[in-house]
Write a protein that binds this ligand. Structure first.
Ligand SMILES: [Mg+2]
Length: 264
């Protein structure tokens, strides 16, 4: 209320000055719109929701770098984010921007225009697994997760499935580049079909020589091999920065949201 009164008073002073043909920007106006004023008069609540929203920002921008578990006090925040429609909305926004870029690409008929997709939390959602494992607040259980992968029943992220189909229709060759291992090839293919995906050009998994490599190195090497084959990698989609950075990077990279876990 005081802010509104100050604004009216300041505008009146300015108008008076202007009516006298003297163009004056009053100090009151400058003060009202200065950053100092905004921050000085805005009470920033220091509650969990605000903290967790800012934490999530640092995750998605990779400002946070390496992290292992979501903060305990953010478990319900991440749960809400993942299940309330926000995650779905953010995923759709990323897919929309991806398609907008894809529409600017002049796809050749030589079959060498490529788009790379990561799989987990990019094309397939492991949310049914994470609902039962604390949304990323529990230490990763490789045995339990492999069992889940073995079931091959992860659903598609709807916006990603739609994007995938649109890209294929536009003539892009689609490569699946995942951190999953060769022994999971059959389960992965089965799950992709179960979720509605088809017509990928190649499924690339970690082989014996890739074991122990950081994801950024492994994925960069595989992209480089595709480039050496002559493919033009226009787009790359992944929920981890390690899906997207390194060398032989795509012309445009698209980061999907994932506040549940981090892969270096
Ligand atoms: Mg992933």
């Amino acid at each position: 209320m005081a802010y509104a009164q100050n604004l009216i008073a300041a505008l009146f002073i300015s108008f008076t000055s202007f009516s006298q043909s003297i163009l004056v920007i009053s100090p009151e106006i400058l003060d009202l719109f200065s950053l100092n004023h905004v921050f000085a008069h805005r009470k920033i609540p220091n509650d969990n929701a605000m903290y967790c929203e800012s934490w999530r920002f640092t995750v998605e921008t990779n400002d946070i770098g390496f992290w292992t578990l979501i903060p305990q006090k953010c478990t319900s925040f991440v749960q809400d984010y993942m299940t309330s429609g926000r995650y779905s909305s953010d995923s759709s926004a990323v897919a929309d921007q991806s398609l907008a870029f894809a529409n600017t690409v002049n796809v050749s008929n030589d079959g060498m225009d490529a788009w790379i997709f990561d799989i987990d939390e990019t094309l397939l959602s492991n949310l049914p697994y994470y609902i039962n494992h604390g949304f990323g607040s529990e230490i990763f259980d490789e045995v339990a997760f492999d069992k889940w992968v073995n079931e091959a029943e992860a659903p598609a992220i709807p916006a990603s499935l739609k994007l995938y189909k649109e890209l294929h229709q536009r003539g892009f060759k689609i490569f699946l580049l995942t951190g999953r291992s060769e022994f999971q090839r059959n389960d992965t293919e089965k799950n992709m079909v179960y979720a509605g995906y088809s017509n990928w050009e190649r499924l690339i998994l970690r082989g014996p020589s890739d074991k122990g490599k950081p994801a950024t190195q492994y994925k960069s090497e595989k992209r480089k091999e595709l480039e050496d084959e002559g493919y033009r990698i226009h787009g790359s989609s992944g929920d981890q920065w390690s899906d997207l950075v390194g060398f032989a990077v795509a012309q445009r990279s698209f980061k999907l949201p994932n506040p549940m876990y981090y892969i270096a």
